[in-house]
Design a protein around this ligand. Sequence first.
Ligand SMILES: [Ca+2]
Ligand SMILES: [Ca+2]
Ligand SMILES: [Ca+2]
Length: 343
Amino acid sequence: MKTYKLIFIIALVLSLSMPAMTVSAQTPSAAVSLTAPVPNPSVVGGDTTLNLAINVVNINPGVGGVEVYLGYNPTMVAPPTTPNGAAEVLPDFFGTSTVNINEVLPAAQCPGGASPCVHLVVAGPPQVTQNGTAARFHFRGLAEGSACFTVLQSVLVDANGFNVTHTPATQQCVTIQYRVTVTGTVQRQGVPANPNTGGGTRACSVVTATGTTSLGPVNTDVNGAFQLPNLQIGSYTVRAVYPGYLPSDKTGITVVAGGATTVNLATTTLRGGDVNGDNAINILDIGSIISKFGLASASVKSASANCTTADEAADINDDGRVNISDLAIAAGNWGVVGPTVWP
Ligand SMILES: [Ca+2]
Ligand SMILES: [Ca+2]
Ligand SMILES: [Ca+2]
């Protein structure tokens, strides 16, 4: 009976103590941090973003506001002025935030006085235990190099307005690279054919850049326009090709830091008649056209949806027929060799 009692008492003690163990309060903690900038590397003229993250555990009566001064290097990055200013408030920490200040301050008005800063205040329903992002900062890249972001000062306050001691954010940096987009238009002699019997367009000329790096191929659109993005600092030749035509080369394109981020090339017009693609227009090409003369259902690459159709090169002007028009184009370019000079 005594043993019975003892077991009962032990069981009672255990049953009382166990719930207390499972709900025991976690040690209160709070931290403010910056997420890694995205994208990294970023580009001159492009946007880079990083988030203000807050992590609080068992802070009573709950964190109800955060104020930060985010310092940045003004020679490397600048906050955009539109549409939402330098920062946008995110709902991931407070849910719906109720107050925010979002302003860019000169160095003299920032803690430490060494760099300009984004001053942000966000407040919302008090959060006792929560981990999330309260805001996202936006910056535009200005120059090649490393740009770092530093929280010069951060304040967390609880729902009673008292400061909450917290771990401060560590610095985040982004590499900014200089990149250029080359745009231009490629036309093809005799295209679109007249009358255009549902034939091809100026689409599907293939454009590549070679040099310091290789970029492309990209296809021209129905108007012959193309874009080659992300050329890094260096020297390039841009080439346009299409079956049945001599290639055209734009040489000596140099990308230098601090120049324009878009380079617009003049329009080039490919010369037709190189049916066999050997960079010369001669008797071999004329012979190929004559051997297919009268073909009325030629395969037209520039009429296909994604430039996937293999092209009948003897149908120079892509009207779906091999006839006197194609012969005239080739004969008119007799003796011309490629690549032709892109103006
Ligand atoms: Ca040829
Ligand atoms: Ca034709
Ligand atoms: Ca063709």
